[in-house]
Design a binder for this molecule. Structure first.
Ligand SMILES: Cc1cc2nc3c(=O)[nH]c(=O)nc-3n(C[C@H](O)[C@H](O)[C@H](O)COP(=O)(O)OP(=O)(O)OC[C@H]3O[C@@H](n4cnc5c(N)ncnc54)[C@H](O)[C@@H]3O)c2cc1C
Length: 315
């Protein structure tokens, strides 16, 4: 691992100034970033890491004016255990609880969880052994290689790596917004796989908090994840749903380069009572547009089943 400087920031202004030099990276829990540095997979190696966790006032969970606000540096463990989140924003608590391990959840933050980089064994191969499209190269090695954990909904810019954030689909199902130091972004529009950072954030833009509207009376949400292991494992597919509000919201992740809003499944279930039959129909509709490569075909069945089971979990 190459050496770098490390600074504990005391204000957002300090973080912003530091990021402006183009050689500094923001670090929160470091559970994703440090791995990318150790493996030397970033296009440019930062000379300094500026720690946002030491900035006062970025670690909170509170309801205010009809909105749940979660500070960007709030640890996933705190979100998973918070009684209000568990009761009213259930999908998010369940998603945070399923991230990695207790250690990862104690260190990892919600800001870092949605801003983490893609998982693809070619992209993440140590020492940049595969100069893939995501890194500025001219081919996707997964397309011709081992793509069993990759996108089933096609490529974006010819890259089929998937976004594996567990909290992202829950935030999208719950209609959340990402609040940065300069704007509010619907979580659904936050991801942009054409950028090296995987989000639409500018290089010096900082996530300050997440805002989630209080769900309508009677609304219920749920999150389910399928992984090979019960712990320390990334999702093969995950799914979050919110039903009982004005319109159902269903989002899958780890199935496409960015979280996949299953709008056909939402339409299939709209205005209907959720039962075995309607939930199964929504599962079918969710994967109607899936075009998996051979090795990833098994993920279609998993996605279909997760949509069905997540819907039934709200009944
Ligand atoms: C063993 C292991 C298992 C894991 N399992 C899972 C899993 O099951 N599910 C899952 O979703 N993830 C998993 N992860 C990935 C990751 O560790 C977590 O997603 C974690 O939440 C990342 O948060 P962090 O605070 O550590 O981010 P960091 O590593 O500190 O940062 C990640 C990225 O986000 C950016 N960033 C962080 N905060 C902000 C901010 N406020 N504003 C702007 N940019 C910001 C950083 O600059 C960096 O680019 C796992 C990681 C490991 C090592």
């Amino acid at each position: 691992m190459k050496s770098f400087n490390h600074t504990n920031a005391t204000s957002l202004a300090e973080v912003k100034t530091a990021l402006a030099d183009g050689k500094t990276n923001l670090i929160a829990g470091g559970t994703d970033l440090i791995g990318t540095l150790k493996d030397n997979i970033l296009r440019t190696y930062p000379s300094t890491l500026i720690n946002i966790k030491t900035v006062p006032g970025l670690d909170f969970i509170k309801e205010e004016g009809g909105v749940l606000k979660i500070g960007a540096a709030t640890r996933l463990a705190d979100i998973a255990e918070n009684p209000t989140v568990k009761q009213k924003y259930t999908a998010l608590a369940q998603a945070a609880f399923r991230v990695g391990t207790p250690h990862v959840r104690e260190m990892g933050t919600i800001g870092g969880n949605i801003a983490q980089l893609h998982r693809c064994w070619y992209f993440r191969k140590p020492e940049n052994r595969f100069d893939c499209i995501r890194k500025g190269g001219n081919q996707c090695f997964a397309m011709m290689g081992d793509n069993r954990y990759h996108s089933i909904f096609g490529a974006v810019n010819r890259c089929i790596a998937v976004n594996i954030s567990d909290t992202a689909p829950a935030l999208i199902a719950l209609n959340a917004r990402v609040v940065t130091d300069r704007r509010k972004i619907e979580t659904e529009n936050f991801f942009d796989v054409r950028t090296p950072g995987n989000t639409i954030l500018d290089m010096d833009e900082i996530i300050r908090e997440i805002e989630i509207p209080v769900p309508p009376a009677g609304a219920k949400s749920a999150f389910l994840k399928f992984a090979i292991r019960k712990s320390i494992d990334f999702p093969i597919v995950n799914c979050a749903v919110m039903v009982g509000g004005e319109k159902p919201r269903i989002c899958l992740n780890a199935v496409a380069p960015k979280p996949y809003r299953a709008t056909k499944a939402e339409a299939a279930i709209a205005g209907k009572t959720i039962n075995e039959e309607t939930a199964a129909a929504a599962g079918e509709a969710a994967v109607a547009d899936a075009r998996p490569l051979e090795a990833a075909r098994f993920k279609v069945q998993i996605a279909k089943t997760l949509v069905k089971r997540a819907l039934l979990a709200t009944v």
